[in-house]
Design a binder for this molecule. Sequence first.
Ligand code: MN
Length: 729
Amino acid sequence: MSDVLEKYRQFESAIIRTIPGANTDRIRSAFEFARLHHGTQLRKDGTEFVTHPLAVAEIVLEIGLDEDSLCAAFLHDCIEDTDATFEEIEKLFGPDVAIIVDGVTKLTRVTYTSKEEEQMENLRKMLIAMVRDIRVILIKIADRLHNMRTIEYQTAEKQREKALETMEIYAPIAHRLGMQKIKWELEDLSIDYLDPIGCGKIKRGLRRQQARDESFLSRVREMIQARLLEEEIKCKVEGRIKHLYSIYRKMYEQNKELAEVLDLYAFRVIVDDIEDCYYVMGLVHELFHPIPGKIKDYISTPKPNDYRSLHTSVIGSEGVPFEVQIRTVEMHQTAEYGIAAHWKYKEGREGKVADEEKFAWVRRQLESYQESDAQDFFQALKIDMFADEVFVYTPGGDVVSLPAGATPIDFAYSIHSAIGNTMTGAIVNRRMVTFSHILQNGDIVEILTSKSSKGPTRDWLNMIKSTEARNKIRQFFKKEKREENILHGKMNFEAELKRQNLQMSDVLREDVLPKALARVSFSSLEDMFAAIGYGGVSSQKAVNKIREEIRNADKLKKKEPEPEPSPVMVLKPPREQKAKPVKGVMVESLPGCLVKFAKCCAPVPGDPIIGFVTRGFGVSVHRQDCVNYLRSKKEPDRWVNSTWADTESGTYSTEIQISASDRKSLAMDIMTVLNALDIKIESFSARNLGDGTAFISATIEVKNRDELVRAMARLMSVQGVTDTRRVDG
Ligand code: MN
């Protein structure tokens, strides 16, 4: 107990040193509030829980955040883990602290359901987009850093899971915010759990060459220092081995051994001003041989996260290459702490914002802030990086990125155009919403579809934000409807021709068609059919006009001496959209959709089938005699007609059940029969029911129903078998 209090006393003096004028009473009461509420709760390492928020506050202080952030750091787990409420915190510490704590709590609740790579980027973006105040994400990163530092007390599974999240989400966010120091530590802590074998190898290797490395580092450091002293340049020179993860990446990406990783050493020269940076680079190049093409000037061209520094790679007299980074104190601060360093500097200057340049990247990435005064700087900072995007979940837990202001229609089309085109309703966070409902970050969105849907209407175009949805809806109007219209129009037109005793071949005559089209003012027959189908022109009117042209052409023909046989033009039928079957199944009105086979009835080619549009957006294919289909009349709209494609190939897995009187080697005989029929057995289980009978269930792979029926018939002839049947739900 007194241990914690002693730690807090030390921390308090650090606050006084770092933030002059900080209200230590207020910060102390945040500490005490956390201590009180977490009570007897212990961490996995056996220490009092409050040591965690205290450690997080220490990191937050090191990053350079303000008094509110320190209070929030102490309270960050209170809403989630204790009975403390938002209102209570707001009352005691003010709305800013409460909002930050609330923000951190929300980030804590984000679930990482998917571990797929493309999902990670979206999750990263979503986390950032959820944050209204930049301090929230900074505290969350500090929280994660301390949790990673103490992760050895967690289970192996938890370790891997947290390490992956940290590597894929938190380290990249730290990087994006320019917090190099924390990013490195997060990466080094994570990789150790993600690949303990690889890291162990590196660590052992580094330990072996430690003495050699250290003497090399100090030799070079002293050389640089001595030379700069001669020139009377005020500087600080550091030498270090590159961090674990960067060595790891070099070794495993380039397939090298530790001994082959050449640029293992890095030196850093920190000087007072930019002029000195360039001057020092010149001196370094006098001392060592610069490697051509390895000079990087991030001062004149800063990195997107505002990293600024000069880099050069050189080779010393010992033939060992190393990198030297040269930067000012301020650039160094920015490189280590990123966005937070900007704030620190700004506050140090008492709100004087002369150097707009310095904040350029923050402004680019963060919403514009009012240049009022220093204290307001952070409060006004809002993340803009993804202000034009919104991130929502599918019911399956995948994150979908949409433009800000997007509606369920955008969402539906982002999943599949067939989903959009058959959309009949939307459910957001389990509530039915309108089509024009604006989606918010973290919403769970589900689309209801129906094959009897008439498709998008013109006003949908006013409700959407994404170009994807726009294009797909336009395509629908143009293509799907057009083809439908052409078909209808052509049928009407042909019927009318027939009624007037004319033939299509008359219309297609070379001496008729161009004039006929001109007469009806269409550039092609398809266009005319489309117009008829749409109802823009009546078929009767069109045929009447064309009939006159046929007569005119006939008159002309009689005058002409020798009618030349003209090649018959063939009307191309409207291009049929031939959808490809998925897993051998064609799902009506949802071409190309995800197909899975229902386990309850395990259909195979030859079985009459029906599709069920699942909530996970795939179509689950059932047998038409499946009890689940026969009994489910609840959601008739979700059932879609499905057929097997003619070009069935491959095998389908299905389950059969066999009853038999138990005897020795019964299972063996059944397997032998299946084997003789060249049928692959996926799983096989035999159970003695105790009354002298056995129940066998086998999942097998067959090409089609015929093969399955043959196999079942064959199994009936196995001695003792009384029944074979398929699963029926
Ligand atoms: Mn925490």
